[in-house]
Ligand binder design. Structure first.
Ligand code: PLP
Length: 306
């Protein structure tokens, strides 16, 4: 089972060469970004633990990855969601269906009688955790210091590759959700004085939200990655024609990318390159998540059929 040491490919985009770190090639059950973030939970002992507790969207990559992690460890997964859209429940593929197959216990809070208007996190903190002493709780999207362990391994691989290629500087580019991956990558490079900097864009919730996330994970502003601001605001999970165009363009290089984060990621990278003229070598991190394409792609094809 491959959980680290992914290869680096080179593709041609925006009239130049761009390296791609193939974290999508990590073990398919436990793939990409979340495999890095949850590595800590696979590689350490948790005596007495028999349950994993998480929350988030019923379509999230983290739901699927946590279900795979729980299965591997022989734990039960209790995953709390705000609500589940009816079309998700009937899908036979995608993150939700695959998590159910892995035995995940998905709890729809809109159907509980003791919710009392609380959001998922508050509900878990007040109603669940006090009685679940044998459980490991993972915040939404794996936003926690446990993630540092696996993300540092990714950073180590990038630094080893950088040295082996004899590069004198490098930009690591990746689209952010909670910003956990980007922050811990950048922290690793800053702490070691490497000539590597991390550039990212806010796929979820905008630049100010992302800055707050960085702050919550590290007080040291020099650990914070640079955010590429986009001229237009995009809403997470919404379908935009320019996203679909960019996705098709980057997939035509022969590597399939995912449809939630990568379209904005590649657009932000293009925007950065055009506006800065920067010629520093770039490595884009392919963070996996391809299972989500099974439900996203038909939606794009229906909306922009031409
Ligand atoms: C979770 C995820 C992200 C976001 O990672 P953060 O550390 O939350 O910024 C990006 N891409 C994919 C494919 C993911 O699964």
């Amino acid at each position: 089972m491959r959980l680290s040491h992914t290869p680096v490919d080179a593709i041609e985009m925006f009239d130049r060469e761009i390296f791609v770190k193939r974290d999508d090639l990590l073990h398919p059950e436990f793939s990409g970004n979340k495999a890095r973030k949850f590595a800590y939970f696979l590689e350490h002992d948790f005596p007495g633990v028999d349950k994993l507790i998480g929350y988030g969207s019923a379509q999230a990559n983290s739901l699927y990855s946590m279900s795979a992690l729980a299965k591997m460890r022989g734990w039960q997964l209790d995953f709390y969601v705000d609500h589940i859209a009816s079309h998700i429940k009937t899908q036979s593929q995608g993150n939700y269906a695959a998590a159910c197959k892995n035995g995940a216990n998905i709890i729809d809070l809109s159907e509980t009688d003791d919710r009392e208007g609380r959001d998922s996190l508050t509900y878990i903190q007040e109603q669940v955790l006090p009685t679940q002493k044998q459980a490991v709780f993972v915040p939404e999207g794996g936003r926690c210091s446990y993630a540092e362990y696996g993300v540092f391994k990714l950073a180590e691989e990038i630094r080893a590759w950088f040295k082996q290629r004899g590069l004198s500087s490098l930009i690591v580019f990746l689209p952010s959700g909670t910003g956990t991956t980007a922050l811990f990558l950048n922290k690793y490079f800053v702490e070691r004085g490497a000539a590597i900097r991390v550039l990212t864009c806010a796929a979820v919730g905008g630049d100010d939200y992302l800055k707050l996330q960085f702050k919550a994970l590290s007080d040291e502003t020099h650990h914070h990655p640079e955010i590429v601001a986009m001229p237009k605001k995009y809403h997470f999970g919404k379908l935009y024609r320019e996203f679909f165009e960019m996705w098709k363009r980057v997939c035509s290089t022969g590597i399939e990318f995912e449809l939630l984060y990568d379209p904005l990621g590649w657009m932000a990278l293009e925007h950065y390159l055009k506006s800065s003229g920067d010629r520093t070598p770039i490595i884009y991190i392919h963070q996996g998540g391809l299972l989500g394409n099974i439900s996203m792609l038909p939606r794009y094809q229906r909306k922009f059929a031409d």
